[in-house]
Design a protein. Structure first.
Length: 637
């Protein structure tokens, strides 16, 4: 028989064996060394160093719930599927290496409280993965009130350094993805590389949405903390009322977000990227100003080059966010040619609806000689419409040129110019763009009706939609709004701005310009009007679909030159004579009739040609070029 003392000893040894069995391995042989990437920010760029370690623990499903503050501070994930079904706590300074091809899921998330540090390393391939607070395939719910990686409830996050790998973190209800738990501030997050995705707290099934936790930063009412992103690609989704990167809901302290030299931030109020994000403003130290956006993407931006192949207008420079779509289809046109779309260097046609940009991209235009099929149907303008005010006159010189007094000498050409024949009536263009969207099983169709002048005379400044008598009818959209309270009208819930292209020309004659309306739902106004969250999401889906149609089919118009005639044009010119030649033209000003009103222009060298007709009497002819058309005879002092 075993004595009582022997039984106690046996139980102790069993417990000790079970305890060590649950802990990760403490050591590895020298021939089992593991490499990892470690990075540092050197002021202008990220410097990567490959190092190796031999003393580490291997993470398994039975790993102990506390990492660090012991004989092992380095942990390695080297299996393709390791699942820990509880929360892990970091104590002290801990390093985690994600080997290429390995995947660790910690369904309860990882606690890194204030005063502790977790540093995550990848390997050369960057294919190691960590899911913290969210299961693989997004199927496991996180714990309540804690950060995916960071503080627990009311706990400030510690320091999280990410050097590589793919890291996905999801906070519990009111907790940040990476940062503070509910009521806790964000701590410090330094990202040098890898692909990082962080979701603020979630009180509903699945990923997306959430309640009051920031993607990276504070939990509910928690400050944003310090976030430095020097490299990699970072996507952050805030819960309701919370920033993508910054403070949680109820907090006005967004902390700070500093970007590396080649890193850019894009933001939107939306919950998912669609390629149309606006870049955030940076100060001289590359710190983001106004980082309260609910969705934020940070990473490199990729240049997109358009080669027009000798036809059409020059497309504007374009930059795309990583994984984003090109939102402007850059459709070209030229008389005698048919535009066939944009193609990659490999000959594949670019699909602006589905293709994404994942690096610098060059596209070239395809053309076929022939007649371009008209896109818009022109109709004569019959109703009387409101007069369009002329733009403000261009700035005058500080010292006005002297006014030339009329000469008593007979005009060199006694025959007056024939009265100009009345031109054709201004033609109005009209079109309707319709969009259909399915929202939760409901098919919604709305349309926008537009009318505008097909031609406008050069004004010397930017041509606005109002200059072409643009009228936009959104009755269909407004019919989808049901105001429940307040005295607001449906149209008061929307903001409309315009995106213009080629609306100012160095040489306007015969050129085509375009614009399109961009509609935005004012969510705050919608809430004040009594619309539910469901109503707002439904309207946003409808507006997005309609905006896509308007953008891909802009309103086009022709810019005509100013006509110079002896009857309607006054010319003031100051030149310097050298014998019978003009040695220098100091100023030429033209006052002409534009849209029924007088407008004064100061002509630039490319807009006129001056020729001496009678040197003895200082009589010259001025012929308009580009933006001006016609010839005027003038006697100079």
């Amino acid at each position: 028989m075993i004595s009582k003392t022997g039984r106690k000893l046996m139980c102790f040894l069993c417990v000790l064996a079970m305890t060590f069995g649950m802990m990760p391995g403490r050591t590895a042989r020298a021939d089992e060394e593991v490499s990892y990437i470690s990075s540092s920010w050197e002021g202008t760029s990220v410097v990567e160093v490959t190092d190796r370690i031999t003393n580490y623990g291997v993470v398994s499903a039975h790993s102990y719930e506390i990492w660090g503050n012991g004989a092992v501070d380095w942990y390695v994930v080297n299996s393709s599927s390791v699942n820990i079904d509880r929360r892990v706590t970091v104590r002290g300074t801990v390093h985690l290496i994600l080997c290429d091809g390995a995947c660790l899921t910690v369904t309860g998330g990882i606690t890194v409280a204030s005063g502790n540090t977790l540093t995550i390393h990848g390997q050369s391939g960057g294919t190691g993965k960590l899911y913290a607070g969210v299961g693989d395939n997004d199927s496991i719910e996180p714990q309540t009130h804690v950060a995916g990686i960071g503080g627990e409830e009311y706990g400030t996050g510690g320091t999280v350094n990410i050097h590589g790998g793919t890291v996905t973190a999801k906070g519990g209800f009111n907790g940040a993805g990476i940062g503070g738990g509910s009521g806790g501030a964000g701590g410090t997050v330094n990202i040098y590389g890898g692909i990082v995705t962080a979701y603020g707290g979630d009180n509903a099934a699945g990923i997306g949405g959430g309640y009051n936790g920031a993607g990276i930063g504070g939990g509910y009412i928690g400050a944003g903390g310090t976030v430095n992103i020097y490299g990699g690609t970072v996507t952050a989704y805030g819960g309701d009322n919370a920033a993508g990167i910054g403070g949680g809901g109820g907090s006005n302290n967004n902390g700070s977000l500093t970007l590396g030299q080649d890193v850019y931030a894009f933001a939107s109020a939306a919950e998912a990227p669609d390629g149309s994000r606006d870049p955030l403003a940076l100060d001289g130290e590359r710190k983001v100003r106004g980082n309260r956006a609910r969705y934020m993407l940070v990473g490199a931006r990729y240049p997109v080059t358009f080669d027009k192949r000798g036809h059409g207008d020059d497309p504007l420079p374009y930059y795309a966010i990583p994984g984003g779509r090109i939102t402007d289809s850059h459709t070209l046109s030229e008389a005698g040619w048919i535009f066939g779309g944009w193609y990659t260097s490999g000959g594949t046609r670019w699909n602006f609806e589905t293709d994404t940009v994942n690096g610098p991209l060059e596209l070239h235009a395809e053309w076929t000689e022939g007649r371009q099929t008209p896109v818009y149907h022109e109709i004569p303008f019959i109703p009387v419409y409101e007069e369009i005010p002329a733009p403000e006159p261009s700035e005058e010189d500080p010292e006005p040129d002297p006014v030339v007094e009329p000469s008593p000498d007979p005009a060199p050409d006694p025959s007056p110019d024939p009265a100009p024949e009345p031109g054709p009536a201004v033609k109005r263009k009209e079109k309707t763009e319709g969009a259909t969207v399915e929202y939760k099983g409901e098919k919604i169709t709305v349309s926008a009706n537009m009318t505008w002048d097909g031609e406008v005379t050069y004004t010397g400044g930017k041509i606005k939609p109002s200059d072409v008598g643009y009228e936009l009818d959104l009755s269909d959209l407004y019919d989808e709004v049901k105001v429940e309270k307040g005295d607001q009208k449906p149209e008061d819930l929307f903001e409309i701005r315009y995106v213009n292209k080629n609306n100012v020309h160095k040489s306007a004659s015969g050129k085509k310009a375009s614009f399109y309306a961009k509609i935005k739902l004012n969510e705050q106004a919608a809430k004040e009007a009594g619309l539910s969250k469901e109503d707002i999401e439904r309207l946003k889906a409808v507006v997005d679909a309609l905006n896509e149609k308007l953008k891909n089919n802009p309103c086009r118009y022709k810019v005509n030159p100013v006509k110079l005639s002896k009857k309607d044009t006054k010319v003031t010119a100051t030149v310097k004579w050298k014998g019978e030649k003009i040695s220098k033209v100091k100023s030429i000003r033209v006052t002409a009739m534009v849209n029924g009103e007088e407008k004064t222009f100061r002509l630039k060298p490319g807009q006129y040609k001056i020729k001496v007709k009678n040197a003895a009497k200082h009589i010259v002819t001025i012929t308009g070029k580009g933006d001006f058309k016609g010839t005027i005879t003038v006697k100079l002092p």
